[in-house]
Ligand binder design. Structure first.
Ligand code: GDP
Ligand code: MN
Length: 391
């Protein structure tokens, strides 16, 4: 029959096309598509992020990560009290809006007492990501056995006379110690590598459209910060002397590419350096940190923390986790692995990091503080740029 053959050929072609289509949709071994936001995003538009980042994004794309998702091994992390639920919800709302709703990283909340049902319900309602609620083991939170209660009370009195905030609040000292050397040892974080620390009541102002954890991983960064501040030297008079002692015992831990000149600067604020016995007091403000816990889990940091812990300054003085983290990073890590997230608009009262970018709303570009004018001099970011650079 004259028309049967073309019809058969056409039919065969249609079947082939159909099979090819089915294979493309269901059968190929392609990784899952990148998140929708990545598809839509013009890759080279201005984002305020560091040079090179958009290109890096275009080149590498977002392949599947842990457990077959686009995410890498990371969590948002908050130590918080039940009473702070309101502030936590507000901070979550900001971070979910500007960043996490695009990536859905899990939240892990820590507390020294069990979280209330109200806390759990209200925080989970702010995100479609998984929320985990973790109790801190007693042995991580309790004041160590070698701390003498009477001496603690005496020291607190002296610190208070010097206007050191929270000096006599034991839990504040416990919090600083836990944030310094214990949080990353919690069993719930055993298999987690990166974290972004978030405190209640902080604000985020800028849309951030790339996966900051992936940025850290792909660029081999250890630590990311937004703000550099001077510390109250009266809260850490023996922190630097103890550090010098430790370094004498362990010169092998000092990294070739360390940031020692940043630590010991005495030009910008000579009196601070004097009162802190050789340390400029300039530190990464740790209520914001995006970091790789491998560093805290290293032998160098473990030994350093134990040395400090034994020295007693978390209780007899008021050593914060910020200067402790900062000193360790500046001594034991390659300074090029420390990254300023200039593109993340951030506020923890009373300081800001507010970039110049159309992606930011709700903060004043370049403003450092909305508090009294003397607070301006607490900014020491320029020292980081002077001694280490901008990346
Ligand atoms: P500041 O930023 O130095 O003024 O100190 P904060 O009061 O903000 O405390 C730092 C972080 O630790 C915040 O996320 C607090 O919610 C948390 N925090 C402080 N003390 C405690 C405590 O005793 N228990 C718990 N669960 N969280 C605490
Ligand atoms: Mn705070």
């Amino acid at each position: 029959m004259a028309i049967a053959r073309p019809i058969r050929v056409l039919g065969l072609a249609a079947i082939c096309l159909w099979v090819f289509f089915l294979y493309q949709v269901f059968g190929s071994a392609k990784p899952p598509p990148p998140s929708k936001i990545m598809d839509k995003e013009p890759l080279l538009e201005y984002t305020g992020e560091p040079e090179g980042a958009p290109l890096w994004r275009a080149e590498k794309g977002y392949g599947p990560g842990a457990e077959g998702t686009n995410r890498i091994n990371a969590t948002l992390l908050s130590l918080v009290r039940n009473e702070e639920v309101e502030g936590m919800v507000q901070a979550m709302r900001d971070l979910e809006r500007t960043w996490n709703s695009k990536f859905n990283y899990p939240w892990t909340f820590f507390n020294d007492v069990p979280f209330t049902e109200e806390f759990k319900t209200r925080t989970q309602a702010e995100t479609s990501a998984e929320c985990k609620y973790e109790l801190i083991p007693k042995e991580h939170w309790e004041t160590p056995s070698w701390i003498d209660e009477e001496l603690f009370q005496e020291s607190a009195k002296i610190l208070k006379e010097q206007d050191i905030q929270y000096a006599s609040m034991k839990s504040y000292h416990q919090m600083c110690r836990w944030n310094s050397g214990l949080f990353y040892k919690h069993p719930a974080l055993e298999n987690t590598q990166y974290y972004w620390r978030v405190e209640p009541k902080v604000h985020f102002f800028c849309d951030v459209d790339y996966d900051v954890f992936r940025y850290m991983q792909d660029n081999n960064k250890t630590y990311g910060f937004t703000i550099n501040l001077f510390d109250a030297p009266q809260s850490i008079p023996t922190l630097w002397p103890e550090t010098v002692k430790f370094l004498a015992q362990h010169p092998e831990y000092l990294h070739d590419q360390n940031a020692m000149p940043w630590l010991v600067d005495s030009e910008k604020r000579p009196e601070h350096n004097m009162k802190a016995n050789g340390y400029s007091t300039c530190h990464f403000w740790s209520n914001f940190e995006i970091a790789d816990m491998s560093f805290w889990r290293s032998q160098a940091y473990e030994d350093y923390f134990n040395h400090l812990d034994r020295a007693g300054g978390f209780f007899y003085e008021r050593w914060g986790d910020a200067p402790v983290h900062s000193i360790a990073l500046a001594l034991f890590e390659d300074s090029s692995k420390i990254h300023w997230f200039r593109d993340i608009g951030y506020q923890h009262i009373p300081y800001f990091n507010c970039p110049n970018s159309p992606k930011c709303k709700g903060c004043v570009t370049g403003r450092f503080t909305d508090g009294e004018s003397w607070l301006m001099k607490e900014d020491c970011r320029s020292n980081w740029f002077k001694y280490v650079g901008m990346d």
